[in-house]
Design a protein around this ligand. Structure first.
Ligand SMILES: Cc1cc2nc3c(=O)[nH]c(=O)nc-3n(C[C@H](O)[C@H](O)[C@H](O)COP(=O)(O)O)c2cc1C
Length: 191
């Protein structure tokens, strides 16, 4: 697929089939991530790939995070149980879920730039998935910032969970994209 076409036709796709994704394709997606630009070649990314029954590990972490969130928000037992169950199931929304973790830098600026590099890596992954006929969805939500989830991934203080990237074969039509043209967002400084 031509690059411009891939950029313009990629969509976030939330509903995917449960058909397994060949490991070779997942590896190609991961390999595309590490080609992202990164300042001082810090290569700040780590990937946790959850597939098949391995998604159960993520499901358990999601469930426990949801339980703690419900407790903190004072939800009653029934509501909390519903929340825990819903959040557990979300780990199985796609045959592959990749958590993209960003390692903090040696100072504030490097941490900021590492995050930018990881975001670029996620975009590479989404475009590569798309070019391979796969759909993807970048998700974060409160889960990604919760202490329990951070501990699950063994994060240091300023490390971050940049994305939970859900990947699978698409199971829905493409939505039109609404974006303001670049011309509305651009200030030209010309000679
Ligand atoms: C940092 C980041 C976090 C995101 N988190 C979520 C999320 O938690 N849930 C969700 O539905 N989409 C999430 N998205 C995806 C956006 O909703 C999606 O990119 C946007 O709707 C535009 O759609 P498109 O990717 O098809 O252009 C996230 C995107 C980014 C960049």
């Amino acid at each position: 697929m031509e690059l411009t076409e891939a950029i313009q036709s990629r969509r976030s796709v939330g509903r995917v089939k449960q058909d397994p994704v060949p490991k070779e394709l997942i590896e190609r997606i991961l390999q595309s991530a590490v080609h992202a630009p990164n300042h001082r070649i810090t290569e700040p990314w780590t990937f946790h790939v959850f597939t098949g029954r391995g998604r159960g590990e993520l499901a358990r972490a999601r469930a426990e995070t949801a339980r703690l969130q419900a407790e903190a928000e004072g939800e009653d037992e029934e509501m909390a149980a519903g929340r825990v169950s819903r959040e557990r199931k979300k780990a199985f929304r796609a045959p592959v879920v990749i958590a993209v973790i960003c390692t903090a830098g040696r100072d504030e600026v490097e941490t900021l730039e590492n995050y930018a590099a990881c975001a670029a890596a996620v975009q590479n992954m989404q475009l590569t998935a798309h070019a391979l006929g796969l759909a993807s969805m970048w998700r974060t939500g409160a889960m990604a910032y919760h202490d329990y989830m951070r501990e699950f991934f063994g994060l240091g203080e300023d490390d971050t969970i940049v994305a939970f990237l859900y990947i699978g074969y698409p199971d829905m039509g493409e939505r039109p994209r609404r974006r303001r043209p670049a011309s509305e967002k651009t200030v030209w400084h010309e000679g």
